[in-house]
Design a protein around this ligand. Structure first.
Ligand SMILES: Cc1cc2nc3c(=O)[nH]c(=O)nc-3n(C[C@H](O)[C@H](O)[C@H](O)COP(=O)(O)O)c2cc1C
Length: 224
């Protein structure tokens, strides 16, 4: 395996959604998960949970739920406009690639569900009261899982594995939780297919820094 620097990994870990059927050794999955749990979490709670799904019948079930979710997404977002910063070709490719996954989630040899054990509101693990406090809690809840998810993405890249963060399973989250036996206080944040990619890594193209970063005050573009 060729070593890859962290900046090269960041610049090439694009969303990959097509995978060869070849199995991924457990040792590599362990390395990827170990990288995930090196991430920070709020107050160091480390309440993340990762379910690695390799069993073909369970993958098929998750694939079915992802397909069902995609129908809801397609209906809900039928009139969605192209983000202005994406070129026509880039947008079409993104839609084609996500559309492929709608039908082929189960083809990935490994599916990883990233979740957080949040505790029931008002319990020892989640002593929250009031609507505002709850709203803030839910708005920030993903903050303790997505750093781990990004570590996972970069670790996959370093090992030559492809993956993509997906979230639309949320439409059928209860069914997904039932399929995997997740307890009620475990909430899912990502369903990530993983495997040896058919397509190439990077480059990752993004809006220019000057459009999204400011010096001192909003509107004063960062010019490095
Ligand atoms: C919060 C979040 C949710 C996403 N959900 C999905 C999803 O449900 N399905 C999917 O195919 N891709 C999903 N993606 C992947 C994005 O489409 C992808 O990161 C984006 O198009 C950039 O792709 P690139 O890195 O190849 O340029 C999601 C990404 C993020 C950050």
């Amino acid at each position: 395996m060729v070593e890859i620097g962290v900046f090269d990994a960041i610049h090439s870990a694009r969303a990959l959604r097509r995978f060869r059927p070849d199995p991924v050794p457990d040792e590599l999955i362990t390395r990827v998960l170990d990288a995930a749990l090196r991430a920070p979490s709020a107050s160091g709670v480390q309440n993340w949970m990762f379910v690695v799904v390799k069993d073909p019948a369970l993958r098929a079930r998750l694939g079915e739920l992802y397909r069902e979710s995609s129908r809801v997404v397609l209906a809900e977002y039928a009139d969605r406009l192209k983000p202005a910063h994406l070129g026509d070709r880039q947008y079409e490719l993104m839609k084609k690639s996500s559309g492929y996954l709608f039908e082929h989630m189960a083809d990935a040899p490994v599916l990883i569900v990233a979740a957080l054990k949040l505790g029931a509101p008002g319990s020892r693990h989640s002593p929250l009261k009031g609507e505002q406090e709850m709203a803030r809690f839910w708005r920030l809840s993903g903050a303790s899982i997505y750093p781990a998810v990004q570590n996972l993405i970069l670790a996959c890249r370093a090992l030559g594995l492809g993956t993509v963060l997906t979230t639309i399973h949320a439409y059928y989250e209860e069914a997904l939780k039932a399929a995997l036996g997740l307890p009620a206080d475990v909430h899912t944040y990502a369903l990530m297919p993983m495997g040896w990619p058919i397509d190439k890594f990077g480059p990752v193209k993004r809006r220019p820094l000057s459009e999204v970063a400011f010096r001192d005050r909003w509107g004063n573009s960062w010019v490095g």
